[in-house]
Design a protein around this ligand. Sequence first.
Ligand SMILES: Cc1ncc(COP(=O)(O)O)c(C=O)c1O
Length: 362
Amino acid sequence: MGGTLIIDRAQFIRTAKASSGGKNVIAVVKNNAYNYGLKFSVSAFLEAGIHSFATTSMDEALTIREMAPDAMIFLMNPTYDLEMVRRNDFHITLPSLEYYYKYRDDLTGISIHLEYAGLFNRSGFEDASDMVEVINDAYALPPHARADIAGIWTHFGYADELDMQEYEVERKMWLDLLSTVMNTGHTFKYIHAQNSASYARDGLFEHHTHLRLGIALYGSRPYATLPASDYEQSMTLKAPIVQLRHLRASQKCGYGGSYEPHEDASIAVVDIGYGDGILRKRAEFDCMINGRRYPIKALMMSHMIVEVDECVDMEDEVILYGNDLRIDEFTALGVGANSEQLGALNYNSLKKVIINDTGVYQ
Ligand SMILES: Cc1ncc(COP(=O)(O)O)c(C=O)c1O
């Protein structure tokens, strides 16, 4: 039967509302909405009052457009299929001056957001002067022949790193650049820079029209000192026990005899493994059965060995993630970023169950 991913839809919506604090949000739904499921997440976000979405994938953007004809859909990667963009009224990033001049004619009427590289430096303009050049160039063209300079944005590379000073530096660089570009007199409909961590640290910056949130909307704290009650996790990952066995002291089990109890032990063989997306580092920590924590002793492709006691029965469920075993708890323990743990989950092998408002399983 394998592992099951359960999402409580009503809680997902409550969390999306609570974590964005009533501000305008562009929901980051890339990578299958952090693996909560693109269609599920977009429909729940719409219900939570969020009507702007960002992704890196054209396929995901097309799926969102089918679901939300009026939504603002922002493609964060440089995009070259501009006919598709125009047909679907997508907004796209403008990653450089070179891109602008190369595609200027094709960009006519398309909504572009000027991207600042900043310290993150994955993509984008390096300084304000090139952005100002784009604005001046566009205004020199007749209105029907120019791109719609709808937005300006950046992404911080250090907002999640509380122990590093660089966030203050990149924040200042961005705010200085923004004020220079705004001095042109051009009005942007979208000014967005802040991810979950930056918003938690600073609130919404002045002049910014939107937050651009991912992980907080999905119920994980961007860093561990924030109160968990503000970021309720709507997802539970569980798996059944396929066998209860006893091992004698020093009787090894697992590949290469990876688990060897020092004394006689009871073990549960659990129907989930790294093939389902359980990170090896995650398996260094406990799972939960009947509200009690038990250590995972070995991880295989489709199975896990858990050391249990006489309280555990075959019918019991083994919880890998849940409200008492939060993704962000394991992030703080060094298992990997929140999005890394979520992104690893295997949608092909895990069964997915959505609990809807009436408690009925879909
Ligand atoms: C460009 C961009 N903006 C916003 C986000 C959202 O970040 P977070 O999940 O930390 O809120 C991401 C996530 O990777 C991103 O790549």
